[in-house]
Design a protein around this ligand. Structure first.
Ligand code: ADP
Ligand code: MG
Length: 568
């Protein structure tokens, strides 16, 4: 490889840089959080890879992050002694955006700065956010385990190209120097940097150090000493006692884990002892990530074993239908060299997954059943964002089905609004005298369901019907047939029996009518022959002349359409 080469950023990076500098300017101090977050990730990686390569620590075993500044040069530098990067890693990590949601992210940009700024937050801006305050950045790095001669220097002004050059770098890890833009001198201050670090990065589990600054009585000014001090607590957040953790710290830790810029809806921290020992810190986000429907997405749980980071997206620790949950599980029992394959079979993992599932359901119940307006609102937010995913649980997690059913929310003829707000329990509490079934109608869209001719008789009689139009609804309904002893009944199925809802007089009238129409019905049956199974007189319509129904034991029209679309 030539020692120095100039390379172009991937097109998306250029676009991202432009967007970021403009839309995140009002929140520019977040660059520090991003760089510290990366330094912390790099240390986690070294701890993990170091299990097999203890020699990589050399004479520098204490992992830490250092933040410093140079007033004269107008630079801020963040250094770590974590895993570092090889030349190839530098080129791919700091020249492209590798994260999976990238394409979708760019397709969602609207050009409206405020909206895009929110999107960018959701996407997680990472390293490139340093260009908000810097017009030149150099990264010096050396990967753990490689010789000093394999150091790399990356440099860019953020406009379209970057250079990489081989350097000699005796120390392992990464040092990032930002040359501040005109007018950003605020950051050249111990006080300012300290306060940003305390605000955003206090949960980081390794020491973040700065040079001490003290009043010098002789010089009559503040002077910066060689001596270092730690400015965070530097213990894993989930290992601290609950009473010592503030809401802000929980929230910031969530943002560090998830790349989300919005606060989560709720969290739950527990230490579990007994057959299996572990700590779980779980969050429910306020917003669905881009890749919620991506089949390759494996969930948001980070696995630690005795404080050592083991893996991201440990999908075995949470069922699929709770894949939106973000958090940390720290196990005492699992071996440090645990692999995804081992996780699949582990008994400890099964215990952890069951316990975590219950925790999440409790968190959701706490929001859903609360009398507190703020919590109720949170549950509505949750349902809009993740309701469709939670519905998968009805089929996937039969053991917890009862709890999940109580968490479901539907649109219904009660409000005729597309907002899904009605619980099954609420429906039951409003049932008419003599009604013994829960009625629903399904449709491809909310409007199709709402305008179904099958609803006419129900509207006339004032009987509430649930309006189902999410893709997963039909599938979900194949897994539960009743709630609270009330049968789930489609209004579109044949032989609709309104049971005790019709009175004796009505029943007589109906029998009369059926007799009178027998001739007509027979002629229609003959005419339609094998196009239909049966022709019947119906009392379920009030405005429409006729409607198609499916047999009690048959797939519904909507499910048939879905299966056809899926090529079955
Ligand atoms: P993310 O952290 O979400 O992956 P970033 O833009 O923050 O995205 O960082 C991009 C990548 O650059 C990281 O995934 C990592 O591989 C690499 N990187 C950034 N900073 C460091 C660092 N201090 N040490 C080692 N690798 C780093
Ligand atoms: Mg990052």
């Amino acid at each position: 490889v030539a020692s120095k080469e100039t390379l172009g950023f991937q097109a998306e990076v250029k676009q991202l840089l432009q967007l970021m500098i403009h839309s995140l300017y009002s929140n520019k101090e977040i660059f520090l959080r991003e760089l510290i977050s990366n330094a912390s990730d790099a240390s986690d990686k070294l701890r993990f890879e170091g299990i097999e390569h203890p020699d990589w620590y050399g004479d520098d075993p204490d992992l830490k992050i250092k933040v410093s500044f140079d007033k004269a040069a107008r630079t801020v530098t963040i250094s770590d002694n974590g895993i570092g990067m090889s030349r190839d890693e530098v080129i791919s990590n700091l020249g492209t955006i590798a994260r999976s949601g990238t394409k979708e992210f760019f397709s969602k940009l609207s050009g409206d700065q405020q909206k895009d700024a929110a999107l960018i937050g959701q996407f997680g801006v990472g390293f490139y956010s340093a260009f908000i305050v810097a017009d030149r950045i150099t990264v010096e790095t050396r990967r753990a385990g490689l010789p000093a001669a394999d150091g790399v220097c990356w440099e860019s002004d953020g406009s379209g190209e970057f250079t990489v050059e081989s350097i000699d770098r005796p120390q392992r890890g990464t040092s990032i120097t930002m040359y501040l833009r005109e007018g950003e001198d605020d950051f050249l201050s111990t006080h300012k940097l300290k306060s940003i670090i305390r605000k955003y990065s206090d949960h980081i589990s390794l020491p973040i150090q700065m040079n001490k600054e003290e009043w010098d009585a002789d010089k009559k000014e503040q002077v910066i000493k060689d001596e270092l001090e730690s400015i965070n607590q530097s213990s894993a957040l989930w290992a601290r006692s609950k009473s010592e953790i503030t809401q802000e710290q929980y929230d910031e830790f969530y943002k560090h884990l998830s790349h989300d810029y919005e606060n989560p809806l709720c969290h739950s921290l527990n230490r579990v002892e007994g057959r299996s020992e572990f700590t779980q810190l779980l969050y429910v986000p306020a917003r669905a990530p881009f890749d919620l429907w991506d089949r390759n997405k494996r969930g948001g749980i980070k696995l630690y074993v005795k404080r050592v980071f083991i893996m991201d997206e440990a999908e075995q620790l949470m069922p699929m239908y709770l894949r939106f949950v973000t958090g940390v599980i720290d196990s005492t029992d699992l071996p440090l060299n645990v692999s995804r394959e081992i996780l699949q079979e582990s008994r400890d993992v099964k215990i952890i997954r069951e316990s975590s599932t219950k925790r999440v359901l409790s968190m959701l119940e706490d929001l859903a059943n609360s009398d507190d307006e703020a919590k109720k609102e949170k549950y509505r937010t949750f349902w809009t964002q993740f309701g469709q995913v939670l519905k998968e649980g009805v089929g996937e997690d039969q053991a917890n089905q009862d709890r999940i059913l109580k968490l479901l929310r539907f649109a219904s003829t009660q409000t005729d609004s597309a907002d899904q707000t009605v619980s099954l329990a609420e429906y039951v509490s409003r049932m008419k005298e003599g009604q013994d079934k829960i009625y629903y109608v399904t449709g491809d869209t909310f409007n199709a369901a709402k305008n179904s001719p099958h609803l006419e008789i129900f509207r006339k009689k004032g009987v509430e019907v649930l309006l189902l139009s999410d893709r997963v609804d039909e599938w979900m309904l194949s897994f539960f047939t009743e709630f609270d002893g009330k049968h789930m009944t489609s209004v579109a199925k044949g032989g609709l029996d309104l049971g005790n809802l019709s009175d004796e007089k009505e029943k007589k009238e109906h029998e009369e009518t059926e007799k009178n129409f027998k001739d007509l019905i027979d002629r229609m049956k003959a005419a339609l022959e094998d196009k239909v199974k049966d022709v019947r007189v119906t009392f379920r319509l009030t405005d429409s002349p006729a409607c198609l129904v499916s047999d009690e034991n048959e797939l519904s029209g909507n499910l048939l359409r879905m299966l056809k679309a899926a090529g079955q």
